[in-house]
Design a protein around this ligand. Structure first.
Ligand SMILES: [Fe+2]
Length: 467
């Protein structure tokens, strides 16, 4: 029987148009952060177990889950596809090689394999999405932009899914500090599809990086109906909280945390745990007492303390454990990460060795009050942190930890140098100015952080975006 093509012309070996439609539905869910794409494709696979691209979609999506608990189903789905290799077309074999590389821990080669597919099939939206998201996980900043640039001229506005591509490009441009074009692309994507959470997110990043806090709060709250019901909502709440944090609206930050990030016990959501840890750590850096929230979060992180699948996860687990006083679990994270570095050669080994472990050790030093040691551990990795993956906004927690450690160590000249650099990039950030004021006034402790904020908060008390 004759194979099919998807709505963008990418070839599929399946002869069944129902499979094509099911894949399209599942993929739309994944792109829009809606529903359960895995359940959707599972239903198609139950009906049609020889649907090669169905298995590859499932395995490919699971590569992005950042959790060891999905490893087994990811590998199983890949093996089902590999068993069908004789039926697979050349494009599908390319996807197979990419996911195989990922399962083997060679994330960079996975991206190279997806890129090979994209050379011949530039409108292969699945290859583009998976490679793009992998670029973010790997901290491959240049390819976050250029992988999209390589295919964008091969698209047109009439191609189904064009808006998603603009959203990817918006984020890639933003991470390369091309903020004007990033905002233009992001806003075009949102105009095409107001519910494009990834494009909304890219424009939020532009606001964050350019210090437009009030604009960012408006951008997020005025279109809240479009993003708050999807699977990306946790992270978008986190972004909104950063704007409030910068302008010193701490009550709003706690309100967002408690309503949207804190979650109930038992719910497993690694992305939510990452954002929760990152937000509580920032609050703690600014001298806030976050109460029982650390211990609640610690319970959630504990089962995956020794996963060592991604250094990015490890550093967030570490934040939680050291802040909660769980030295036992913190040691487990370190031991597992050290063992991982000694025993492996995958991409995560380099991420762990070069950024993950130094940051974990700096956090331990910070938590026990050895601020000098925290500074010494973080200064040498300042320009390597992109290797941890994630975004500039997420990795900024490392820079903030370094500056706060310098302040608390009484190394005010060092803190001033770092803050001068920061203010040159983001001069409208009240938080940057508050920290600089502390460095100038010699206010090194947590009480100094609160005092500096109290002095500045009145400037931003008009309540924009209060829910
Ligand atoms: Fe983000």
């Amino acid at each position: 029987m004759q194979g099919q093509t998807d709505p963008r012309g990418a070839p599929l070996s399946t002869a069944d148009p129902e499979n094509v439609a099911a894949l399209e539905r599942a993929h739309a869910m994944a792109l829009g952060f809606e529903g359960d794409p895995i359940a959707e494709i599972d239903a198609a696979l139950a009906r049609s177990p020889d649907f090669v691209m169905g298995w590859l979609f499932k395995a490919g999506m699971l590569t992005q889950a950042m959790e060891t608990r999905v490893y087994r189903p990811m590998k199983a789905a890949l093996e089902r596809a590999e068993a069908l290799v004789a039926r697979a077309n050349e494009r599908e074999r390319g996807h197979m090689a990419a996911v195989r590389a990922w399962v083997d821990g060679d994330f960079s080669r996975a991206c190279a394999e997806w890129d090979r597919v994209l050379v011949d099939h530039p409108r292969d939206l699945l290859a583009l999405q998976l490679a793009h998201l992998s670029d973010v996980l790997l901290g491959d900043t240049v390819n976050q932009r250029d992988r999209i640039a390589r295919v964008l001229p091969e698209w047109h506005e009439g191609a189904p899914g064009y808006g998603w591509v603009l959203g990817f490009y918006a984020f890639g441009l933003e991470e390369n500090r091309d903020f004007g074009r990033a905002e233009e692309m992001g806003r075009r994507a949102v105009a095409l599809n107001p519910k494009d959470a990834y494009a909304i997110h890219a424009v939020a990043h532009v606001h964050e990086m350019t210090g437009r806090q009030e604009g960012g709060i408006w951008w997020m709250t005025s279109r809240r109906d479009d993003w708050e019901h999807g699977n990306f909502a946790n992270h978008l709440w986190w972004h909104l909280s950063l704007f409030h944090l910068d302008v010193g609206e701490i009550d709003r930050v706690f309100d967002i945390y408690d309503r949207y990030l804190r979650g109930g016990p038992g719910a497993e959501n690694k992305y939510q745990e990452l954002d929760s840890a990152a937000l509580l750590w920032r609050l703690a850096l600014y001298g806030e007492d976050v109460g029982p929230r650390w211990s609640e979060l610690s319970e959630k992180w504990a089962p995956s303390a020794t996963d060592s699948l991604y250094a990015f996860n490890d550093v967030h687990a570490m934040m939680t454990f050291v802040a909660d006083g769980r030295d036992d679990l913190a040691e487990e994270v370190l031991t597992a990460a050290e063992r991982h570095v000694q025993g492996g050669a995958d991409d995560n080994v380099a991420m762990t060795r070069e950024v993950g472990l130094p940051f974990c050790r700096a956090q331990q030093a910070f938590a026990r009050g050895d601020y000098d040691e925290a500074v010494e551990r973080l200064l040498p990795i300042r320009y390597e942190t992109h290797k941890l993956g994630g975004s500039h906004a997420q990795r900024d927690v490392i820079a903030l930890t370094l500056i706060e450690a310098a302040l608390r160590a009484g190394r005010f000249a060092q803190a001033r140098a770092l803050l001068n650099e920061r203010l040159a990039l983001k001069p409208t950030s009240p938080q940057n100015w508050r920290m600089l004021a502390r460095a100038r006034d010699g206010l090194g402790d947590g009480a100094g952080a609160r005092k500096a904020r109290a002095r500045a908060t009145s400037l931003f008390s008009d309540g924009v975006g209060a829910a």
